[in-house]
Design a protein around this ligand. Structure first.
Ligand SMILES: NC(=O)c1ccc[n+]([C@@H]2O[C@H](COP(=O)([O-])OP(=O)(O)OC[C@H]3O[C@@H](n4cnc5c(N)ncnc54)[C@H](OP(=O)(O)O)[C@@H]3O)[C@@H](O)[C@H]2O)c1
Length: 298
């Protein structure tokens, strides 16, 4: 299969690249992967998207890892966030239909308001409370309206990795610089190591259920197992990295941000686990691997 991966410089794009280009990828069937970043395919520009697909051969699968992910900045840059997270996804869905390609699109737990009180199922009512979540939901809906078959949307949460900017890397740096840190303790979520999500996506693409033509388009939830607050997550990061920094819990009200965040947008993962026989790792196990890789610069 010819597989296009967008967002090659992002956490998920780089994690997919790492797997298909290292020994881990030896068990994967031989596919041709093409990784693109905004230089080749700028999702904020309809003409750039058209130009890219007009000047390349058709793809069997498009994995859309690119997104406007700056949650706070999106409150100001609504138009750009909407272009990348909504209108570009609509365009990719139309192109995937034309090319008879499958589309794997990644979305977020921020499509929920976090007031549900129990882990969200894929069918639960969405109600995003910030611009980022609204634009991601608009992208999901546009995709579903255009591609009744052949697409999957994977909603994930709290993604971290060895790459780019993310909570784990920020805390490792801050913990080494400071003696004391205050971290929000009343937002609960499930961290997701980007490598685990990347492996899940590659496993799905390789699955016969997925490869069957004309599979109905479906939404799936995926994160690592377990739930935790940012405060407890930070304490575990410091423990694993042997960083001596005092962590104190604070409330969301004590740490105001431009974008509101759901208090608890935990997601039920039963559907993806059953349909594709996915094994979900406990967040602490894979956090440990990620920190080892960061500290050893792997
Ligand atoms: N990070 C999280 O905590 C989180 C949580 C839930 C869901 N998700 C979703 O998971 C997916 C992967 O996220 P991630 O953490 O890998 O994000 P990321 O590290 O921020 O990477 C996003 C990538 O998208 C690219 N991009 C942004 N605007 C673009 C444009 N106009 N044209 C082309 N590429 C553009 C960025 O390119 P540059 O490198 O050039 O800036 C970046 O490489 C996204 O769909 C995201 O919404 C993420």
């Amino acid at each position: 299969m010819r597989i296009l991966v967008t967002g090659k410089n992002g956490q998920l794009g780089r994690s997919i690249y790492k797997i298909v280009n290292t020994a881990n990828g030896d068990n994967l069937p031989p596919n041709e992967f093409i990784f693109v970043g905004r230089e080749e395919l700028d999702l904020s520009s309809e003409s750039s998207i058209s130009h890219y697909f007009d000047s390349n051969d058709r793809f069997d699968v498009i994995i859309n890892c690119a997104a406007y992910t700056a949650v706070d900045k999106a409150e100001e840059e609504q138009e750009l966030a909407n272009q990348v997270n909504h209108l570009a996804v609509k365009k990719l869905a139309n192109i995937a239909n034309e090319q008879k390609a499958k589309l794997v699109h990644v979305s977020t737990d921020y499509v929920f308001d976090g007031a549900g009180g129990k882990p969200y199922k894929e069918t639960d009512k969405t109600n995003p409370i910030n611009v980022y979540g609204k634009t991601k939901l608009a992208g999901e809906k546009a995709l579903q309206a255009i591609m009744l078959t052949n697409a999957i949307i994977i909603r994930t949460s709290w993604v971290y990795s060895e790459y780019g900017n993310n909570f784990v890397k920020t805390m490792l740096n801050l913990g080494k610089e400071r003696d004391e840190l205050n971290v929000v303790s009343d937002q609960i979520g499930s961290p997701t190591y980007a490598t685990d999500l990347a492996e899940t996506i590659l496993k799905i693409i390789d699955n016969k259920n997925y490869q069957n033509k004309e599979q109905l388009t479906e939404i799936y939830h995926y994160s690592n197992e377990g739930e935790i607050s940012w405060y407890d997550f930070t304490k575990e990061i410091f423990k694993l990295a042997k960083i001596d920094c005092k962590v104190s819990p604070i409330t969301t009200e004590q740490y105001p941000t431009p974008a509101k965040r759901p208090k608890s947008a935990l997601m039920d993962k039963e559907k993806i686990v059953e349909k594709f026989s996915i094994k979900t790792s406990y967040w602490k196990e894979t956090l440990c691997s990620c920190i080892n890789n960061i500290e050893n610069k792997i």
